[in-house]
Ligand binder design. Structure first.
Ligand SMILES: C[S@@+](CC[C@H](N)C(=O)[O-])C[C@H]1O[C@@H](n2cnc3c(N)ncnc32)[C@H](O)[C@@H]1O
Length: 259
């Protein structure tokens, strides 16, 4: 680009309140430059003008920088561990009425997977999950509940039969019964207040995009948001390096317990 990325970051903050300083810079800048170039624009300033005047370009930008790939039961072995070990222990400790938060939930695949898993232990009427993301568009998709088969490949047959309706050869609609168990809300992990007294927080495949400083801040906030002995479930590449310093113990791979 012909002009300064520093100035661009400030313009984006003013326009969207998204703080690009907290995202890994090289990776984020490369992605943004590629997007801008695709539109035949060669300066950040011209692109900002477009962002301000064109809603389609604006939505495309937010969607692109937030990287919202997701799928149901992503990394199934971790969900098996959740079902067979983590949840039964949480039930023993806190009872069945757990407070669960799916943070950076994208299109809802993750909180809906969680509801289906919990349905093995209790009636749907007793299940409520908080699910949040910074991107309004993905939350609209989550509320709509229409999914491409690609994101459903790990859903067990019994859940497919019970909770999905085939719409076309490649798309399925999730049932209202499952949808009604999840409360979606817009939330920025970098600036909004966190829920409190959670027993389980699921936050996967988003902190990889943040700087170490931002990660530490978010992990500490998760720690404060959990009850003692509450669990944080992270993504496959998101080991917390100095967990003990933040107040977590390594409980199982990808699961941390608040000390
Ligand atoms: C790759 S998706 C992960 C979705 C899901 N957790 C999973 O593992 O399948 C990353 C999500 O993080 C969200 N995100 C990015 N920055 C965020 C922020 N500052 N606060 C909250 N969510 C954010 C994006 O909008 C996107 O939906």
């Amino acid at each position: 680009m012909l002009d300064s990325y520093e100035v661009f970051k400030q313009s984006i903050y003013n326009l969207t309140t998204i703080d690009l300083n907290s995202y890994k810079e090289r990776q984020m800048k490369r992605r943004i430059d590629a997007l801008i170039t695709k539109h035949g624009i060669n300066s950040y300033a011209d692109y900002v003008v477009k962002l301000k005047s064109d809603k389609v370009i604006y939505d495309e930008f937010i969607n692109y920088i937030t990287i919202n790939v997701s799928e149901f039961f992503r990394n199934p072995e971790q969900w098996n561990l959740l079902e067979n070990e983590i949840l039964p222990n949480l039930f023993k400790q806190f009872g069945k009425n757990l407070k669960i938060w799916s943070a950076a939930c994208s299109t809802g695949d993750e909180p809906y997977s969680m509801v289906m898993l919990l349905s093995k232990f209790m009636p749907l009427d007793n299940i409520e999950i908080i699910a949040t993301d910074i991107d309004r568009k993905v939350l609209e998709k989550a509320n709509c509940g229409l999914y491409h088969v690609k994101s459903l490949k790990n859903v067990p047959d019994v859940f497919m039969d019970k909770y999905f309706t085939k719409i076309t050869d490649t798309s399925y609609q999730i049932s209202e019964k499952i949808k009604s168990c999840v409360k979606f809300k817009q939330h920025d992990l970098l600036r909004d207040p966190y829920p409190s007294n959670c027993d389980l927080i699921i936050c996967r495949n988003v902190l990889i995009y943040f700087t170490d400083e931002a990660k530490d801040r978010i992990y500490s906030s998760f720690n404060s948001a959990l009850n003692k002995d509450g669990i944080l479930f992270v993504g496959s590449t998101e080991q917390i390096i100095q967990a003990a310093q933040i107040g977590f113990m390594n409980y199982r791979s990808f699961f941390y317990k608040k000390m």
